[in-house]
Design a protein around this ligand. Structure first.
Ligand code: C5P
Length: 401
């Protein structure tokens, strides 16, 4: 199931846009429609609302969202954006970056795959201005769909007929199948450090920004998974499509939050930098500095991932390990001891890698002996490459299931 934003612009074939909405819905997708003022001369927002089950704003200024910024909301909501029919005017505006109505403003705010299905008279389609616009859009990664040849509404014959809705739906679905490769997967991700109290203000913790775990949660959500994120203390905000974010402080709280959600998960990615020790006695009162030095007796925390792996079933579990010295040997030992499917190892002493950087470099060790190197890149890109690699485990499970 994908979330499809459907833009309808002014053309006598606007009704085919409505047909396309129905086709997507028949195939189980969610559709929200945006219709230009030109398009509204042929199809009404009310008709589209009845078809899609979602409100259809009449114009940019008649916001449906309480904050009044529909274009940002819609751009974030959608997996893909399909403009059908796309008039010569709409193609020109998209190519020029003009944002003078809800459709064009949303297009500028949208980062995912964009399809445009032109529909117009042959001369308009073949005009150098339109041809240039199509070339500009294509060079930016927009998929401008071919027109069909045939009899046009104006009575002329030639190219310019909008591609049939069923064919458009087929093409969009094929593309989405590649993009939403985690669709139907229930993912549980841990992120950030945990912090173990010494007294009401002091804690024992690990260095961690939470960025790697949040990037993984975001990448999973973008690729269609249902994501639940359990995070230790961090100031980061989860991707808007993460279904649930649970904020915890201690290792015990993280263990409990993950334990409660583990049964209903297909994949656990344990990216949290869990504190390894906790003070055995926690003072209820703030310890006075004036008393001089204190003795802390630290006791090991529960190994969350090892405990969960003991009741793994056919779930996939991916851990992380920060290793100095010989990361691969240390990582492989942890992978085996903890019973994981894969472990992402990095060396925090290396430039650009580790807990508080914006980039990372990872060696991914698989339980079946494979090793993959993910070179130094942003944590967001690393997250996607890691998901590409982890996908082989999900496929194996599906093939066996
Ligand atoms: O043993 P080490 O802390 O290096 O193991 C790293 C992996 O184990 C990470 O995936 C981390 O989230 C997890 N871990 C855990 N519980 C702990 C310590 C680490 O789940 N108490």
């Amino acid at each position: 199931m994908a979330r499809i934003l459907l833009g309808i612009s002014g053309s006598v074939t606007a009704y085919k846009g409505a047909e396309l909405a129905r086709e997507f819905i028949r195939r189980g997708h969610q559709v929200r429609a945006i219709i230009t003022s030109g398009g509204q001369r042929f199809v009404t927002p009310l008709q589209l609302q009845a078809l899609t089950g979602f409100p259809v704003p009449k114009d940019q200024w008649a916001s449906e969202q309480p904050d009044g910024i529909d274009h940002i909301y819609l751009a974030r909501w959608a997996d893909t954006f399909v403009v059908a029919p796309a008039s010569a005017n709409t193609l020109a505006k998209f190519a020029g970056g003009i944002a003078d109505d809800l459709l064009t403003t949303t297009a500028l705010a949208f980062e995912g795959p964009l399809f445009m299905a032109p529909s117009m008279n042959s001369k308009m389609l073949l005009h150098p201005a339109t041809a240039d616009n199509i070339e500009i859009l294509s060079s930016r990664g927009v998929t401008v769909l071919d027109c069909e040849e045939g009899e046009l509404a104006c009575g002329e014959t030639g190219p310019g007929r909008m591609m049939e809705p069923v064919r458009i739906a087929d093409l969009v679905e094929t593309r989405l199948a590649g993009q939403l490769d985690y669709s139907g997967i229930r993912a549980l991700v841990s992120a950030g450090p945990t912090a173990e109290p010494i007294d009401p203000v002091r804690v024992v913790t690990n260095r961690s920004s939470g960025r790697m775990g949040f990037a993984l949660a975001a990448a999973l959500a973008e690729r269609g998974a249902t994501v639940r994120l359990v995070t230790g203390p961090t100031t980061l905000e989860a991707h808007p499509r993460v279904a649930e974010t649970v904020r915890v402080m201690t290792t015990a709280e993280m263990a409990e939050a993950l334990g409660e959600r583990f049964e209903e998960s297909d994949l656990l990615i344990m990216a949290a930098a869990v504190a390894d020790w906790r003070p055995e006695d926690v003072s209820e009162e703030k310890l006075p500095r004036e008393d001089g030095s204190i003795d802390l007796h630290l006791t090991p925390t529960r190994d969350i991932v090892a405990d969960l792996a003991a009741r793994k079933g056919d779930r996939i579990i991916v851990g992380f390990a920060l290793e100095t010295g010989d990361p691969v040997t240390g990582g492989r030992a942890k992978l085996e001891r903890k019973g994981l499917d894969a472990i992402a190892v990095n060396d925090p002493t290396e430039e650009g890698a580790g807990p508080e950087t914006e980039t990372n470099r990872i060696t991914l060790l698989h339980a079946d002996g494979r090793t993959e190197e993910l070179p130094l890149q942003s944590k967001e890109t690393i997250a996607h490459r890691l998901l590409d690699a982890v996908h082989s485990h999900l496929r194996r499970n599906r093939d066996q299931g």
